[in-house]
Design a binder for this molecule. Sequence first.
Ligand code: FES
Length: 147
Amino acid sequence: MYTKKVMDHFSNPRNMGEIENPSGVGTVGNAKCGDIMRMYLDIDDKGIINDVKFKTFGCGAAVATSSIATELVKGKTVEDALKVTNKAVVEALDGLPPVKVHCSLLAEEAIHAALWDYAERKGIKIEGLEKPKSDIHEEEEKEEIVY
Ligand code: FES
């Protein structure tokens, strides 16, 4: 049911934990399954994500998607991190069962929420970044039609 990559990131999550004095933090949840994901970003003066950590209270797929999402955004510019969609997260894991796709959406939203917090703290606007939802539940309903 789960790919090797999912099992690997679930069993050995990368970048789990938190960052003291982060540049931005984002927490999102899904009211339907009750899972919560938090992302911490450390961003330097050039807008490069030097470090990223996550904490996830959630299912195994949510842990795996958080873990791979941190690897996908680490070392990237803020602009490039914004392009890490839930589709990219699913692809990097070599796929997720359809009923678990919403878990990857949580990862995308958590990154966006942390970037939003970073922009607010700095008083800047990040092109293409919309105010994140704290509950992805509604979005997921729409997404499910697509998948
Ligand atoms: Fe909700 Fe995985 S079941 S995030």
